[in-house]
Design a protein around this ligand. Structure first.
Ligand code: ASP
Length: 441
């Protein structure tokens, strides 16, 4: 791969203290292509630790409630002071903390203090690296509706960064339509990294975190699942939707549009290749049939039965309309000749159960409505399944051999996934059985 320009984003655990920051900076300095680097705020150093961003939100909540926030702010200052000391640089921290205190007293919105975690961290790291600091507020813009103003951002940020051979950019925020600081949702530094990569037309977006890539199954369910070496953007989307988490959801879109691959890497094991996310697999890499397995519990199936339904035009549309009107998105919709099931989030359905059932009866006059709760959906995802014979057979055999009853089957119309519904009680054993059969082949 041509690697002239790489954008490297480092997450909170990669920057949690001075020694982690030194590791990140050694990674940055090891490759001259890593020109533009995006920083999160210091995250947790150990599991009970508190992220700087959470402390900043806390200070804001205290200020808003008219409480004393000085201890919280001292705690934040203390963490940065240790970092500055550990890096052996000089930095005017007091001025930064003072400014936050003043704005908190003046009643600022939460976005401003929340953004200071990445702002201060990036300034410190820029000083340590000897690279220019470029404020995201000057290059990332939101629309009135609160979404990313893509056209303005890509052109302004691209122009701005062109002026520098290298730069350190804080993640997580930009400027809102009102001219004030506005943050993305939590974990949003991933999005900033993607935007920067897109704006400078990078060859690669590296996302440095604390795991050696995306795992092909949930490690809380499957023991030591394999790392996914290669995955397409679409497969990633499917797996993330079904619960696998590795990147902020919105981080894929900016780079995907421009065909820039994303490489998930581990700051603590920098030799590991991690996971490469791209539009297609690199040349010479053979596609695995199944890329990953992910799932979610707590669905509910609403099955509607009516004889001769199949001949009735618009039955399905009317049924889905009932859910749409109640603001309940449907997940799957398997159909039979005279039956149709709508699979929805169980708690969302329960909150409006009576109204929905009344409406279905009014609009469709069905013979029966059957509700089944406690359904888990497991997606077996893989672009390699397209046109491959026997994948479904293997899935069903694995589940049958594990003594698991399949309650629903749904194959995505793009043949990219097969979704199986099982009882919540069977969820863990089903995922393990599928992992063994499909991933350890
Ligand atoms: N610091 C922010 C958060 O904790 C953003 C990020 O780290 O991506 O959510």
């Amino acid at each position: 791969m041509n690697r002239n320009t790489v954008v490297a984003k480092f997450g909170g655990t990669s920057l949690a203290d001075a020694s982690q920051i030194k590791k990140a900076c050694a990674i940055i300095n090891a490759d001259p292509a890593r020109k533009y680097v995006v920083m999160s705020a210091p995250g947790k150093r150990y599991s009970e630790d508190i992220k700087i961003t959470d402390m900043l939100y806390k200070a804001h909540a205290q200020a808003k409630a008219g409480e004393d926030f000085s201890d919280t702010l001292h705690g934040i200052a203390d963490r940065y002071a240790k970092i500055i000391d550990g890096l052996g640089i000089t930095f005017d921290l007091d001025a930064e903390i003072q400014e936050i205190a003043e704005r908190l007293k003046a009643g600022t919105a939460a976005d401003y203090p929340a953004s200071r975690g990445e702002y201060i961290n990036s300034k410190i790291i820029a000083a340590y690296l000897g690279r220019p600091f470029v404020d995201a507020a000057e290059g990332i813009f939101f629309t009135e509706a609160g979404t990313l103003d893509e056209a303005r951002t890509f052109s302004v940020l691209g122009e701005k960064l062109k002026a520098y051979d290298s730069a350190v950019i804080p993640g997580f925020y930009g400027t809102g339509a009102d001219g004030q600081i506005k943050t993305f949702s939590r974990g949003g530094s991933d999005v900033t990294g993607s935007i920067v990569a897109r704006s400078v037309n990078a060859d690669l977006y590296e996302n440095w975190t604390d795991v050696s890539g995306m795992l092909c199954a949930d490690p809380r369910i499957v023991k030591n699942p394999r790392v996914i070496e290669h995955i397409t953007y679409t497969e990633l989307r499917e797996l993330s939707y079904m619960g696998a988490s590795v990147l902020h959801e919105d981080a894929v879109f900016p780079v995907r549009q421009a065909g820039i691959p994303i490489n998930i890497r581990n700051t603590n094991r920098s030799d590991d290749a991690g996971t490469l996310i791209a539009a297609s697999l690199p040349e010479g890499v053979t596609r695995k049939t199944v890329t990953g397995i992910a799932g979610r519990k707590g669905f509910c199936s609403v099955r509607v039965e009516k004889s001769m339904m199949n001949g009735e035009t618009g039955f399905g549309a009317k049924l889905l309309q009932v859910f749409a009107q109640k603001g309940i998105p449907f997940e799957h919709c398997p159909t039979g000749i005279d039956t149709i099931s709508v699979i929805v989030n169980g708690s969302a359905f329960e909150s409006r159960r009576e109204e929905i059932l009344r409406e279905i009866k009014n609009v469709l006059a069905p013979d029966f409505i059957t509700i089944e709760k406690g359904l888990s959906a497991i997606a077996v995802v893989g672009a390699g399944m397209v046109n491959v014979k026997g994948v479904a057979a293997k899935i069903f055999t694995a589940l049958a051999e594990a003594g698991i009853n399949i309650r629903m089957i749904d194959q995505g119309s793009d043949e990219l996934n097969i979704i199986i519904g099982v009882d919540d009680a069977d969820y863990v054993s089903a995922v393990n059985a599928l992992y063994k059969a499909m991933m350890l082949e």
